[in-house]
Design a protein around this ligand. Structure first.
Ligand SMILES: NC(=O)c1ccc[n+]([C@@H]2O[C@H](COP(=O)([O-])OP(=O)(O)OC[C@H]3O[C@@H](n4cnc5c(N)ncnc54)[C@H](O)[C@@H]3O)[C@@H](O)[C@H]2O)c1
Ligand SMILES: O=P(O)(O)OC[C@@H](O)[C@@H](O)[C@H](O)[C@H](O)CO
Length: 481
């Protein structure tokens, strides 16, 4: 629990107050290598020689989260002079926007860590280069191994590994940082499967020689809004085109199976373990499932932010009971973790008003998240005859959300690649979830578990008849008895 204790200490420590005391207002300067020294009088900036960094890590798909999480750990490795051997090259596959933002600022960017007490900002320098793959596939492959034309993450990885194999070079380790069950195994299956489509020998070489450690990543990082960008300029006098706002808490647990050198991340707070499963289950089944439950039910009740929702005793009690009564009995406790303390920290993190995470972010991509975070608990509770009314209510919240109207009749935006299809099924069923539950790619066999469809239908009827607040209150009361 050392990490959690550090987190609590950091929350208590005084940092830049959200409303700084009056002081002479410094000029807002752009962020570039040339202005770093000036920003250094107000913010933490890289003090290491960026030009001396070896670009040893390629991060595919750089988003707000990776900039606030994985890259911070590598930045710490450089900043604390542990090693200059772990610079990061970012690769974008979908959108050019981040490259457009970072190129004029020499790939520097600001991360603002916000707690209820105030905030601290640092400039991250460990991103030595950023490539937009569709514009520069050869350069991306050069970084990973050496050139060709690929389009997807798997295409790039397979091509690069093939070049290494042909050149007799050792393969690299592939670390997945997605919130997926056994994310390393899932990545291995996808990469090996992709390779097998073109060359069985290559596929076997990858299966035998490449390490795909699973990892658990955690740091709540909302999407940066234009208002946040303006606030960073106002408070920290740094004109960053795309800063990142994040919380003080951060956790990264990785399986110790690297095949070709391991970054010294253990010296900057990363935990290496033999098997990450217990950590991953704790995080995804408690944090991510609760996020989804609060996202859907809170949105139906007309809320927009999770910190405000957590200030509503009804929802705070609901999520506490959901975690304590229904999820905790189903998950193993990772070594060295005090689950009660972990859950208390989660409640505190959700309620952090300085982060003000939007429920719309928590609601997106339900069809990919629920099958990993919520449905496994529900299925397991049903199989073991354990309490599951609050999990069922969370699922009913998603069904109602797919029907796209909140309790006051306001329309809801659904951000999900499979949204239109699932919405049509949810709407066709009304309070009968059977058409939706028949979608086995999302629900597996849940629809055929005896009695479950009727149970879910009962909750959907109550939501329609009594509204979300009364339904949440009744289910939480019943759980407490
Ligand atoms: N934000 C958080 O609090 C948080 C915390 C832990 C884990 N995560 C995980 O990190 C990942 C990114 O989240 P984020 O908040 O940074 O989002 P984001 O929208 O800021 O970044 C996502 C990035 O991935 C790219 N991308 C999306 N789909 C892709 C695809 N099919 N192929 C290649 N690139 C693709 C996007 O272009 C973008 O650069 C998600 O898997 C999320 O679950 C996020
Ligand atoms: O990023 P998503 O859409 O998979 O999930 C939304 C949040 O639950 C997630 O980003 C959490 O904030 C994160 O997993 C915390 O570490």
């Amino acid at each position: 629990m050392a990490q959690l204790e550090r987190f609590a200490r950091r929350l208590r420590r005084t940092v830049v107050p959200a409303q700084p005391a009056a002081e002479p207002v410094a000029r807002v300067r752009p962020l570039t290598s040339a202005t770093l020294e000036q920003h250094g009088t107000r913010l933490t900036v890289p003090t290491y020689d960026r030009a001396a960094l070896t670009p040893a890590v390629v991060h595919l798909s750089v988003g707000g989260f990776s900039r606030a999480h994985q890259l911070i750990y590598f930045d710490e490795v450089a900043q604390r002079r542990i090693s200059s051997g772990w610079g990061v090259v970012g690769v974008g596959l979908r959108a050019r926007t981040l490259q457009e933002a970072l190129a004029p600022q020499d790939n520097l960017y600001t991360v603002v860590e916000r707690s209820p007490d105030g905030e601290r900002a640092r400039v991250v320098g460990v991103l030595t280069d950023y490539l937009f793959a569709p514009d520069a596939p050869g350069a991306v492959l050069d970084r990973l191994a050496h050139p060709a034309a690929a389009r997807t993450v798997f295409g790039f990885l397979v091509e690069a590994l093939d070049r290494r194999r042909r050149a007799g070079t050792a393969p690299f380790t592939v670390v997945s940082c997605d919130n997926l069950h056994r994310n390393g195994d899932a990545t291995r299956a996808a990469v090996v499967g992709f390779a097998a489509l073109r060359d069985e020998v290559l596929a076997r070489w990858i299966a035998d020689r490449v390490a795909f450690p699973s990892s658990m990543v955690d740091r709540i990082t909302p999407q940066t809004t234009p208002e946040e960008r303006a606030a960073v300029a106002r408070r920290h006098r740094v004109d960053d085109r795309w800063p990142v706002i994040t919380e003080p808490f951060s956790q990264w647990v990785i399986e110790d199976t690297f095949c070709n050198g391991r970054p010294p991340l253990d010296q900057v707070g990363v935990r290496f373990v033999r098997d990450v499963t217990a950590h991953e289950l704790m995080k995804t089944r408690l944090l991510n499932a609760s996020h989804s439950a609060l996202g859907y039910l809170g949105t139906l009740a007309g809320h927009e932010r999770i910190d405000v929702l957590m200030g509503d005793p009804l929802f705070a009690a609901y999520v506490t009971r959901l975690m304590d009564d229904e999820v905790t009995p189903l998950i193993p406790v990772p070594e060295g973790i005090d689950l009660a303390e972990y859950k208390a920290t989660l409640l505190q993190r959700f309620a952090n008003p300085a982060i003000a995470d939007r429920l719309s972010r928590l609601c997106r991509r339900g069809s990919t998240k629920l099958p990993h975070h919520l449905l496994p608990s529900l299925r397991q509770a049903l199989a073991e005859g354990r309490p599951h009314a609050l999990l069922t209510l969370a699922l009913a919240g998603w069904v109602r959300y797919l029907q796209r109207v909140d309790d006051d009749g306001r329309p809801l935006p659904v951000e999900d690649d499979r949204g239109p299809h699932l919405q049509a099924l949810a709407l066709a069923g009304g309070t009968d979830p059977r058409p939706l539950l028949a979608e086995e790619s999302v629900f597996g066999d849940l629809g055929s578990v005896p009695g479950f469809a009727d149970e879910l239908a009962g909750v959907l009827r109550r939501l329609e008849r009594d509204g979300v607040r009364a339904t949440v209150a009744a289910a939480t009361r019943a759980s407490a008895r």
